[in-house]
Design a protein around this ligand. Structure first.
Ligand code: ADP
Ligand code: MG
Length: 694
């Protein structure tokens, strides 16, 4: 039998997981490590040494020669620096060594990672520290140890640390809340299943387009005669070349213990999706980072390029990431699962109410947690959730909440009124489907699906926000309820009042419609269309206080992150501008002029009075070439001006307000030219060639 056909046997074979730990560590060492993992207590050095030894032996058996502290700097991708296990001894020989201290802590010269001013260059070094709750794994012959990355004064320089902090805070406040319902649980964790969308295109075609190479998206491109209007790609039969890729991808992910579960075609041609089975949030974040990396690698092996950009092709759907989020206890209870008894439902409705309040109060944080140059091109298009944050609950659940708020029957026929703590929830069809799929934050039966994430981003940032804002309301609710004389009465009042105050965030209609934009405006919901509009909310006093209160980010850490994101945005647009100028100036306009020359010569030979078409085409094309040329010059000048602006916020905002409109204008002229010029003259592969060839 083909070795790879036995999935249960090789699933997770490259992961130093609990089964391996248990098998390879002495009992007391395993128990001590387990305690550290569960309680976050410090790892003692003798334990660390034993774990390191076992890890090394296991890794060497699997062919590893190096180890690496694998971390997630604020760039949103992962970083690794490889050290080999070799240790010279006498006679020019070596042994393979790996000590506890090398496992626990690494020194990294992180001076080239963005720190947003958190680190002066003279103390550029930071350190990485093992997160024992994330499993070590082997990738390309290297033992990768998931770590947090900090500066020497302890400021976080990565995406993992704040995520762990937010999970700890949610744990603490959830336990407190559950206690009020008579439940003693040891641990509550947030869980995430991140559905990942991506494009696959042919490598040879990709290499002919500088915009794809430098920007991961096309900066030019007229719509092909056929796009996605027939909806014949969505869930369609998977082509053999893609199927081969998906099979390989699954195999590699499974070896790394990533439970890739679902694969299918997406709406746009060449667009696909992979969904894993959900897991603890920090593991989900690690796994999603690895998934993105492996998707790119496997695609190359199949002569393709995996594009994770949010909007690779204008006029076609972009790619996102659906962040399915819930909270569960160590006793196996999902706090977002509607229950069967009145008590269970009072608890469910309290949790739901808390989330409604959290989302309404912190629309700004949720919105900015998904802000990026790429996602600006997607959010608010006709295929992605709008930039306005709202919650979908489905009609049945909304009717029940209405009944609580008003005291009027939720079931008009049966005249039933919802009484909390007395009534069970009526059996309502769980709206697992949310058919219109236009809501950014949708309740899907036993979890919330945050759909605004861009396909290329780390899921850590958005989950830090969700965990923190929910923990904050849990804390507030716990404080109110802990002192209550009459628990049920206070609970009823609290839910009723809170819902009435925050019901504006609930919207079950079509989020893509223009009516919703108007309605949202009437409800005073935020509509932050661009990254540069959204990011400044990070610095709002209330938000800085919120993060400080829960120990997620210090004020300096917030400011650093803000600076880094503004900088990154400005850099990305600047690369796009430079690539556009290059393509327009050196490829598109010369190609058009060449065609113009051809026509002019033909016109001369034929005689203009004999062929009116030649003269007319010549005039028409000249007009568009001149139009493009004018925008090109404008853009070049703007680029110089904008680059000179020192302040990151001002520079980024200038890109949004002044530069991007000119980029769009230049593109419009060039796309028109593309439609007018015979394809043999066009300097690079067009949309139709790229999208319908794989
Ligand atoms: P869709 O209909 O959006 O395609 P599915 O119902 O197939 O989605 O599930 C989407 C994702 O939600 C999967 O990754 C799944 O593992 C995840 N999921 C299911 N239950 C939970 C939960 N309790 N917490 C977090 N994610 C969950
Ligand atoms: Mg989904």
């Amino acid at each position: 039998m083909d070795k790879m056909s036995n999935v249960p046997e090789y699933f997770g074979c490259m992961v130093f997981n609990e089964t391996v730990m248990k098998a390879r560590l002495p009992n007391e060492i395993f128990n001590s490590l387990k305690k550290t993992m569960e309680e976050g207590s410090a790892l003692e050095s003798n334990v660390a040494n034993e774990v390191a030894k076992a890890m090394k032996e296991w890794a060497i058996e699997k062919g590893a020669t190096h180890y690496s502290h694998w971390f997630q700097p604020m760039t949103g991708i992962t970083a690794e620096k490889h050290d080999s296990f070799i240790h010279p001894i006498e006679d020019g020989k070596i042994t393979m060594e790996f000590k506890g201290k090398e496992l626990i802590k690494g020194e990294g010269d992180g001076s080239s990672f963005p720190s947003g001013g958190l680190r002066a260059t003279f103390e550029a070094r930071g350190y990485t520290a093992w997160d024992p709750t994330s499993y070590a794994f082997i990738k390309d012959g290297t033992l990768c140890i998931p770590t947090a990355f900090c500066s020497y004064d302890g400021s976080t320089l990565d995406k993992k640390t704040p995520l762990l902090r937010s999970m700890a805070e949610l744990d603490k406040q959830s336990c407190r809340l559950l206690k009020l319902f008579g439940k003693e649980v040891k641990k509550v964790t947030s869980t995430v299943g991140a559905e990942q969308e991506y494009f696959l295109i042919d490598k040879n075609l990709y290499q002919k387009r500088k915009d794809l190479i430098f920007c991961n998206r096309t900066l030019f491109g007229a719509k092909p005669p056929k796009g996605q209007e027939l909806e014949d790609h969505y869930y369609g039969a998977i082509k053999p070349r893609i199927a081969e890729f998906m099979k390989d991808l699954d195999e590699q992910l499974w070896k790394l213990g990533i439970p890739s579960k679902t694969k299918h075609n997406e709406v746009a041609p060449c667009q696909h999706e992979m969904a894993p089975v959900f897991t603890t949030t920090n593991l989900a974040a690690d796994q999603n980072q690895l998934t993105m990396e492996i998707m790119k690698k496997v695609a190359q092996e199949h002569g393709m390029i995996c594009i994770l950009h949010e909007k690779p092709f204008d006029g076609l759907n972009g790619s996102g990431k659906h962040n399915n989020w819930s909270i569960s206890t160590d006793t196996g209870e999902n706090l977002l699962e509607p229950g069967n008894t009145p008590e269970e439902n009072a608890q469910f409705l309290l949790v739901l109410t808390a989330i409604i309040k959290a989302v309404d109060e912190h629309q700004d944080l949720l919105r900015l947690s998904v802000a990026s140059r790429g996602n600006d091109l997607r959010l608010g298009g006709d295929e992605a959730p709008p930039a306005i944050i709202s919650i979908f609950l489905g009609d049945e659940l909304t009717a029940i909440l209405e009944s609580i708020m008003t005291g009027k029957p939720y079931d008009k026929k049966a005249k039933e009124v919802m009484k909390l703590g007395v009534d069970s929830l009526p059996a309502f069809p769980k709206d697992n489907t949310d058919r219109n799929r236009t809501s950014p934050f949708a309740f899907t039966g036993n979890k919330f699906e945050f759909r605004s994430l861009g396909s290329s981003m780390s899921i850590s940032g958005p989950n830090v926000i969700i965990n923190t804002i929910v923990a904050d309301v849990f804390q507030e609710f716990a404080e109110k309820l802990e002192g209550a004389k009459d628990f049920n009465l206070t609970l009823n009042e609290l839910i009723k009042e809170t819902l009435n105050k925050h019901k504006r965030i609930i919207f079950n209609g079509d989020g893509y419609s223009s009516e919703w934009i108007e309605e949202a405006n009437k409800r005073s919901l935020l509509n932050l269309k661009t990254t540069t509009e959204a990011l400044p909310y990070f610095l709002k006093k209330e938000n800085i206080q919120l993060f400080a209160k829960h120990g997620i980010y210090s004020e300096e850490e917030v400011k650093a992150r803000y600076e880094i994101q503004m900088e990154e945005y400005a850099k990305l647009v600047n690369i796009e501008v430079k690539t556009m100028l290059d393509l327009a100036e050196k490829e598109i306009i010369p190609a058009c002029i060449k065609y113009l020359k051809e026509i002019s010569e033909s016109e001369k030979i034929i005689g203009s009075s004999n062929c009116k078409a030649a003269t007319s085409i010549k005039k028409d094309i000249s007009k568009f070439i001149d139009g493009a040329f004018e925008q090109l010059n404008k853009l070049r000048e703007l680029k110089f001006e904008t680059q000179k602006i020192n302040d990151a916020t001002q520079r980024a905002t200038t890109y949004t307000k002044k530069v991007i409109p000119v980029m769009n204008a230049l593109r419009d002229f060039c796309d028109e030219l593309e439609k007018k010029i015979p394809s043999g003259y066009w300097p690079f592969p067009n949309y139709a060639e790229i999208l319908f060839r794989v």
